[in-house]
Design a protein around this ligand. Structure first.
Ligand code: HEC
Length: 161
């Protein structure tokens, strides 16, 4: 007896699942891009709209109970020091923090030093620094709680020249 040739029926499920997974990643990607680059919070105010008071209210609130010593701990906890000091100091990764409080006062007029430091952390791409190519992570606006952000600014303000 010869068997009739078996026609292998492929199950549609793997394809359905693959398409589902792709759609899910697509949606995640779009959501992520919207967060990084868009909305009301993802972009700094335009350069020409900057005034001395830009960020002033937020920064004053953040600094009200800020503690530079806690800021030093946060700089390690959030990985800042891996690029900015220690092994990364004076290298191609990131500008060293020595004297940054003094430089911050003139980096982006009319912003105050504190406002500039705030902007540097929350909107790292707002201001280009010669010799660096915008490698600072964009996540901090979302991952650093307000209290720690204030502590970090207070800590950076201790780096005077
Ligand atoms: C992956 C490396 C990296 C990490 C991590 C990082 N930065 Fe940066 N940072 C940079 C680079 C590079 C610049 C220069 C601007 C640019 O190219 O984006 C910069 C610029 C700055 C500036 C402006 C310095 C100046 O001289 O004007 C400040 C302030 C700053 N970072 C603070 C922080 C803080 C606070 C953290 C942690 C919460 C942090 N950075 C984490 C790479 C990094």
């Amino acid at each position: 007896m010869t068997q009739p040739p078996t026609v292998r029926k492929t199950s549609p499920w793997p394809a359905v699942i693959a398409v589902g997974v792709l759609l899910m990643f697509g949606a995640l990607f779009v959501a992520e891009m919207a967060q990084v680059s868009g909305g009301d919070t993802g972009l700094p105010p335009a350069e020409e709209t900057l005034v001395a008071d830009t960020y002033a209210e937020e920064v004053a609130a953040l600094l009200a109970d800020a503690d530079p010593e806690r800021g030093a701990t946060h700089a390690t906890r959030y990985g800042c020091t891996s690029c900015h000091t220690g092994a990364g100091a004076q290298n191609r990764l990131a500008p060293a923090w020595e004297g940054v409080a003094t430089r911050a006062a003139t980096r982006r007029p009319p912003l105050s030093a504190e406002a500039y430091l705030y902007e540097s952390i929350v909107y790292p791409r707002a201001h280009e620094i010669e010799g660096y190519s915008g490698q600072m992570p964009l996540i901090y606006a979302r991952t650093i709680p307000d209290e720690a952000l204030g502590d970090l600014i207070a800590y950076l303000m201790t780096y005077e020249e």
